[in-house]
Design a protein around this ligand. Structure first.
Ligand SMILES: [Zn+2]
Length: 391
């Protein structure tokens, strides 16, 4: 029997069901981490059926992960609709609904990745339904990335490959249908002090790393005050860069001089503050506190940092997102792939149908009523950036 080739993507609901039913957890904990290829396979089939050219972009060093880039039309410029294909880990026991089955209940679609954010990929395909490459003045690209929820290997690999994609990009992370053009960066740093342990009864037998960390903490809190005085961005609810001391461990026993102490801190830089520059300043502070005490020290990232994102308020994509949504572009406190896309020469806006309050939570859902407005905005953006003649 001959298979008749599909000529269009399946109905939206069927795409949503299949994406949610296909687990693609990414995690820095190896026990949780899964490949995302099982999600890319149906996406590739649907996009091919819809007339897109599909490329699976390998990620060097991560053979079980890949990005998928699908392109309709050709030429310069163009619009990229992007979403990550992975989800966070989940605890099924805390869910009232099956996290791996799309369940409609009370006007909500429940399932892992409904809001954050596999649904957006299906919505992007739906918004492109019926488009023909011949109609497009500029290409439309749909991009599904890997590993956004862990180390952002997918977006980092795109930057490393350096291949320009489109001029304008939308990332469909959950923003409640409001355009977002800026967010803070995210850094996690480990500060380690090494002294010398010895019997508590004689201080000359050791060099106390906890006491050294006391000096480091004093220096860090002073630095934090300076940072918050010198850097302000009123676009953010918390208008200054934050520094949080989140974890500390030192020593082993009350009657021994502490030989080692480790502190983990979180820094959220504002747009314009480079993580590497901040880390150098942090090293300087730690060195000034530790070295006079004869302590060895290290400062290392807990994970590769996410830079802040800052797409100009005047960017065409931001203006278009504001016009279509009826909301002024905002700044948010969560990190996205936007700084990596901006580094590739795209002007990137974050705009998606879900709510961040539901992301990373049991019983994550997407309200059914968000779907049509999102599709309307996506069609408007395609019209504006792909179909219409520019200049
Ligand atoms: Zn997300």
């Amino acid at each position: 029997m001959q298979q008749i080739p599909a000529t269009e993507a399946p109905p939206l609901r069927r795409m949503l069901e299949q994406l949610i039913a296909t687990p693609s957890v990414s995690s820095v904990q190896p026990a949780w981490d899964q490949s995302n290829r099982a999600v890319l396979e149906p996406l590739a089939d649907w996009l091919r059926a819809a007339g897109f050219r599909v490329e699976v972009l390998e990620i060097p060093g991560h053979p079980d992960k890949a990005n998928l880039l699908a392109t309709l039309g050709s030429g310069p410029g163009g619009l990229v609709l992007a979403g990550h294909s992975d989800t966070v880990p989940y605890d099924a026991a805390l869910w009232q609904h099956d996290p791996l089955a799309l369940t409609e209940d009370g006007g909500r679609l429940y399932g892992l990745g409904t809001s954050d954010m596999k649904s957006f990929l299906a919505l992007a395909i739906e918004a492109a339904r019926g488009l023909d490459a011949g109609q497009l003045e500029h290409p439309l690209m749909i991009l599904a990335t890997a590993d956004e929820e862990s180390a952002m290997h997918g977006a980092r690999a795109l930057v490393a490959a350096g291949r320009p994609l489109g001029r304008h990009a939308v990332i469909g992370e959950p923003t409640g249908l409001r355009p977002v053009r800026a967010h803070k960066g995210v850094m996690g740093e480990t500060i380690r002090l090494i002294g010398r342990s010895g019997h508590a009864s004689d201080p000359s037998l050791g060099n106390n790393a906890i006491e050294g960390m006391h000096a480091v903490l004093t220096a860090l809190l002073g630095w934090r005050d300076t940072l918050s005085r010198e850097h302000r961005d009123p676009a953010f609810g918390i208008a200054w860069p934050t520094l949080n001391c989140g974890h500390i461990h030192g020593g082993d026993n009350f009657n021994r001089i502490c030989g080692q102490c480790e502190l983990h801190i979180d820094i959220r830089p504002l747009p314009g503050q480079e993580p590497d520059t901040l880390r150098s300043a942090l090293r300087q502070r730690v060195a000034e506190a530790a070295e006079p005490r004869g302590l060895q020290w290290t400062v290392e990232p807990l994970f590769p940092s996410i830079p802040p994102a800052d797409t100009p308020a005047t960017a065409e994509i931001v203006r278009a997102g504001e016009a279509l949504s009826g909301h002024a572009a905002e700044a948010v406190s969560f990190g996205t792939e936007a700084p990596f896309f901006n580094a590739l020469g795209m002007e990137t806006m974050v705009l998606g149908p879900g709510d961040v309050a539901q992301a990373h939570q049991p019983d994550e859902f997407l309200a059914v009523e968000r779907i049509e407005p999102m599709l309307g905005m996506l069609r408007g953006l395609i019209q504006r950036f792909c179909l219409m003649r520019s200049e």
